[in-house]
Each structure stands twice: as structure tokens, then as C-alpha cells.
Design a binder for this molecule. Structure first.
Ligand SMILES: [Fe+2]
Length: 265
């Protein structure tokens, strides 16, 4: 059994400021950490934390240090991929200790966690909202998939490899979805593709594998498919995901609050 906690789009900024003058993203993440530690006796052992991009809102080194301090009470290994708000080199420096990064180039990595092969893919184009899997990233994935044959895999990337119909998010989506799909088509085992970017949970199918996006602990984008939908975020603290492998994957959303109960039926 293997359990991976996926936290996405935390948008941490240096102390003393709010994201877009509205969100105290550090306070939201602290609440999530408290919530996770509270429910740990109820769930299987968590093996690691996967952070699927937009860790920082401004890409500053200070924001990555702040992020690490907030997550420290989880006492878990942390593996990260960049989102469009991140700085690749500041991230490389901040998370060098995880031992998964190359010295140069995209922040792609592969780490065996229990029974699951966790693969992180870098889709960041510095200075742009949209993302791409560079040829070297696609080759990196191809090589691992060819070696693994049928072991369970989680592929993590920031930009969803699917259309969301939220127009302003699709405009800054992944540019080469089909290139990823082609690599997955031959694989015999289970692959779960997980992402962030859209600050809400959406589930779809990618070449017979489930692909899903994680909510964000600090905000969400409304599912508004109108072409004139207002561009912006809602201040809902929406939570995170747990991916549990026990001869098959289950993905569970964990919110920041749990209500009261359980009340007997
Ligand atoms: Fe984000």
C-alpha cells in the first residue's frame, strides 16, 4: 500500500503581503497542514507529499523557504514540480535536498514511493501562463515508461493535459497534450495523471487512464464555461488530494474543514 498526498497551487508569497491584495495563502496552507495531521490516525500511513506547482506566487526564494516552514510539521518527504508562477532556478535551489533534480534543465524526476513510480514533469515556460512538455521531457518520460512495463505510475505535471472549458484557463493550458497522450497509449499497467493549475477538481480520461486536477488550499476558479466568464478567482479554501494505491488507485479529496459528527444513522 502506498499513499501520496498531493497539494497544489499554494501560491505562497513573502511575509507581510496578500496575493492579489485578497488572499492570505500562508494562513490557508497552515490550516491544511493542521487538518492533515489531525486525520492521520484515521488513514493509511502517508508516504510523501507531491506538490504540483504554483508553490510560490512570485517565484521568490523567500516564498519557498516560507512554504517549507509551513509544511515542516507534516514530517514527510516533499517532491515538487514547477507551475507557471514558479521560478525554476529558485525552486531547484530551495528543494535541492530532495535529491531528485538534475543540475540543469527541466525539473523532471522519477522516484519510487512504495509500490508506485512517481514521475514529475516540468511544463514551465518562464514568463508565460501556458505550459509545454519540451522534447527532452517527453524523452525522459518515454524512457521510464519503456523500462517499467506494467508497474503502477503517477505522472504529475502542473498544466492539465485536457481541455477544461474554462476559457481563460484553456488559453493558458498545455500546448502539446497529444504528445503526452501518444506516450501513454502503449502502457500495460495503471497510470494516474495528476495536475493542478485550475484550482478545482476535474476528472477525465486520457488514453484509458484517469487524469485529474487537484483543488487548491487557497482559492478556486469557478466552472463557468461562458466565453465572457469573468476572469479571476474565488476565495474558497478547497483542499487537496490523497492518492492511495492498494492493487488499484483511489483518489480522495480532503477539504480544509470537516464539519461536526460523525452522527449515528
Ligand atoms: Fe495556480
Amino acid at each position: 500500500m502506498t499513499t501520496i498526498l498531493q497539494i497544489s497551487d499554494t501560491h505562497i508569497i513573502p511575509k507581510g503581503s496578500l496575493v492579489s491584495n485578497v488572499l492570505d495563502t500562508s494562513a490557508s496552507l497552515k490550516k491544511l497542514v493542521i487538518r492533515i495531521n489531525k486525520i492521520r490516525p484515521q488513514i493509511e500511513n502517508i508516504d510523501c507529499v507531491l506538490v504540483s506547482g504554483d508553490i510560490s506566487d512570485d517565484g521568490s526564494s523567500e516564498s519557498y523557504e516560507r512554504f517549507k516552514l509551513i509544511l515542516a510539521p507534516l514530517l514527510l518527504p516533499i517532491y515538487v514540480i514547477p507551475g507557471n508562477h514558479d521560478s525554476r532556478e529558485n525552486m531547484r535551489k530551495a528543494f535541492l535536498g530532495s535529491g531528485i533534480f538534475q543540475k540543469n534543465g527541466p525539473l523532471n524526476w522519477h522516484k519510487k514511493i512504495g509500490s508506485v513510480n512517481l514521475i514529475g514533469l516540468d511544463t514551465l515556460i518562464e514568463g508565460q501562463g501556458g505550459g509545454i512538455l519540451l522534447p527532452e521531457s517527453l524523452d525522459f518520460l518515454k524512457e521510464i515508461i519503456n523500462k517499467l512495463k506494467s508497474e503502477p505510475i503517477i505522472i504529475a505535471l502542473h498544466h492539465p493535459p485536457f481541455k477544461t472549458d474554462i476559457k481563460f484557463m484553456d488559453a493558458i493550458g498545455l500546448k502539446n497534450i497529444n504528445a503526452l497522450k501518444n506516450i501513454l497509449s502503449e502502457y500495460k499497467g495503471e497510470i494516474r495523471i495528476v495536475c493542478g493549475h485550475i484550482h478545482c477538481m476535474m476528472v477525465t480520461n486520457l488514453n484509458n487512464h484517469i487524469a485529474l486536477s487537484a483543488p487548491s488550499p487557497c482559492s478556486t476558479f469557478s466552472y463557468d464555461t461562458r466565453s465572457n466568464a469573468p476572469v479571476g478567482f474565488m476565495n474558497i479554501e478547497d483542499g487537496c488530494l490523497l492518492h492511495h494505491w492498494n492493487n488499484g488507485f483511489n483518489s480522495i479529496r480532503i477539504g480544509l474543514s470537516c464539519g461536526s459528527g460523525p452522527f449515528p444513522f
